[in-house]
Design a protein around this ligand. Structure first.
Ligand SMILES: Cc1cc2nc3c(=O)[nH]c(=O)nc-3n(C[C@H](O)[C@H](O)[C@H](O)COP(=O)(O)OP(=O)(O)OC[C@H]3O[C@@H](n4cnc5c(N)ncnc54)[C@H](O)[C@@H]3O)c2cc1C
Length: 491
């Protein structure tokens, strides 16, 4: 077996252009991870079949037609960043890169005044936010000093220092760096909960630090914010054509019922449409689903599968509101210190309002556990209070329609210690405990080094495909800027 740095080994090494030793593969799950994995396998000449239980692709990054209005809505706004190198590679392969609009400015609401703006200035990374941060009025001078102190500490500790914090919460770091409570509420918390879907007192410190080290400090391209101009379904539907064009197959509306195991290898996926057999099987479903597909014997045989029931989740609430007229001028807005963290003005074909003059605003509440039992009316009331706080033009304006989307298991919970239970894509070639060598694992929750994101999902798919092929498929991270590197961010 060949060990490889992409997270495992296959013993089936192939070189680009040669016929791969693995001839057939079944991927269970047509979310981003499964699609990314299948595309790379198909491109390498593997005859791959994707099984997706739903009749659409994209998994949790999805759209639906609102039966009340007939409108195609996303389950929730999905944001990507400049540091999402693998996701961007996947978009290029799907030919959808043009659907992403990039924003370098982040607006922070400060009513009744104009919002503060955070944007890269002239200084090189890691100092690129210094100019705009210095002019932000929502934080006092002493608050800014406190933030700068914590940022400096994260910069200097680098990736290795961050790993030391893996078992602790980010709040412990904030306490250690003496962050005032209102700075936590108005600065750290909105950033962390939006990126990791857990608040500072629950999230793994290492995960939150990675957001600041790699997403803010390392490179001035990294914090660029990408928003899709089209519904999410139009980003991921093209994967079907791309996989078929590369020689694979996508079967939608087919549910995996179990993964057959003969005591040494997985032999096929049992579905409501028969058994799909293949040389290798790639699971690209969430951990709780995988636990249901495998027998207790199979789970007991593979150390990667010992912690499936320990993978927790955290909810996100997305709320679509249609106002009779334009109430929001900016493309997006952070609401510091409010329960609603972000507002997005949803353009229609590049125009801020619909043909009838109405405007679609999308509100996002991450880490939304307290909201899951609320009715749509209660949700609307709370979100409207936040919108009216942030947008003077919305005061006194009643929305024409409100549609809330509760995603109870939106993401895995990246709590302290989580990295230790995240499984690799493949069985380690030198693992004395053995394992199921032709079963590969993908999905945002597997060991990607990333929080639950579209980038994490693509990484997991590329890692699994790389492990099957015995080659490295991950796209390199953005290189840290020279000054950031000298100061230690990557060490
Ligand atoms: C509300 C919300 C907001 C988010 N916001 C962002 C954001 O702003 N930025 C960001 O980067 N990420 C965001 N994410 C996270 C991102 O959507 C996920 O990390 C990513 O989509 C996970 O992809 P995946 O392929 O690993 O898993 P999934 O999307 O869960 O894919 C698994 C697939 O397997 C299928 N499946 C399950 N069981 C079976 C079975 N038995 N047989 C066949 N198929 C099966 C499912 O239908 C699904 O399509 C958000 C997620 C949610 C829910």
């Amino acid at each position: 077996m060949n060990a490889n740095s992409d997270g495992g080994s296959t013993g089936r090494a192939s070189t680009a252009g040669s016929v791969p030793a693995v001839r057939t593969a079944v991927v269970v799950g047509g979310g981003i991870a499964g699609l990314a994995c299948a595309l790379r396998l198909a491109e390498a000449g593997v005859k791959v079949t994707v099984l997706e239980t739903r009749r659409k692709l994209g998994g949790r990054a999805t759209s639906f037609t609102d039966p009340r209005t007939g409108e195609v809505l996303d389950n929730c706004q999905h944001v990507l960043m400049g540091c999402c190198t693998n996701l961007l590679d996947f978009y290029e392969r799907l030919n959808v890169t043009d659907a992403i609009e990039w924003h370098s400015r982040v607006y922070w609401a400060r009513p009744p005044h104009a919002p503060d703006v955070m944007q890269p200035g002239l200084l090189p990374a890691p100092a690129h936010f210094t100019e705009s941060f210095a002019t932000m009025r929502m934080l006092s001078l002493s608050a800014k000093r406190a933030v700068a102190r914590a940022m400096w500490r994260m910069l200097r500790m680098g990736a290795s220092g961050r790993a030391q914090w893996e078992g602790r919460t980010f709040n412990e770091f904030l306490l250690e760096t003496k962050q005032p409570a209102d700075v936590v509420t108005r600065f750290w918390s909105p950033v962390v909960v939006s990126a990791c879907n857990l608040d500072v007192d629950e999230v793994s410190a290492a995960a939150a630090m990675q957001v600041f080290q790699e997403g803010f400090l390392a490179n001035r391209q990294a914090p660029l914010m990408g928003l899709s101009k089209v519904p999410l379904v139009r980003l991921y539907d093209p994967a079907e054509g791309a996989i078929i064009a590369a020689g694979g197959e996508v079967r939608m509306g087919v549910s995996a019922l179990s993964i057959a195991y003969d005591g040494a290898r997985v032999t096929g996926v049992v579905t409501d449409e028969g058994v799909f057999s293949a040389d290798v099987i790639i699971s690209a479903v969430p951990a709780d689903r995988l636990a249901k597909l495998l027998s207790a014997t199979a789970i007991a045989r593979d150390h990667r599968l010992q912690h499936l029931d320990e993978v927790g989740s955290s909810p996100i609430l997305g709320v679509h509101l249609r106002f009779p007229r334009r109430v929001m001028e900016l493309p997006h807005l952070v609401l510091p210190g409010r329960a609603t963290q972000w507002l997005f003005a949803k353009d229609v074909d590049g125009a801020p309002v619909d043909a009838d003059g109405s405007q679609h605003i999308h509100a996002v509440i991450s880490g939304a556990r307290d909201w899951m039992e609320l009715t749509e009316q209660e949700i609307a009331q709370r979100v409207l209070a936040d919108i009216r706080w942030a947008l003077p033009a919305a005061q006194g304006v009643e929305p024409l329609a409100v549609r809330s989307v509760k995603e109870k298991r939106a993401t895995f919970a990246i709590v302290p210690g989580f990295e230790r239970i995240r499984p690799r894509a493949a069985v380690d070639g030198f693992d004395p405990h053995g394992g199921i060598r032709n079963l590969f694992l993908a999905g945002d929750w597997t060991r990607t080094g990333w929080p639950a994101t579209m980038e994490g999902a693509v990484r997991s798919g590329y890692l699994a495909a790389g492990a099957v092929l015995g080659t490295r498929l991950l796209v390199p991270d953005l290189a840290p800027a020279r000054l950031a590197r000298m100061l230690g961010v990557a060490r």
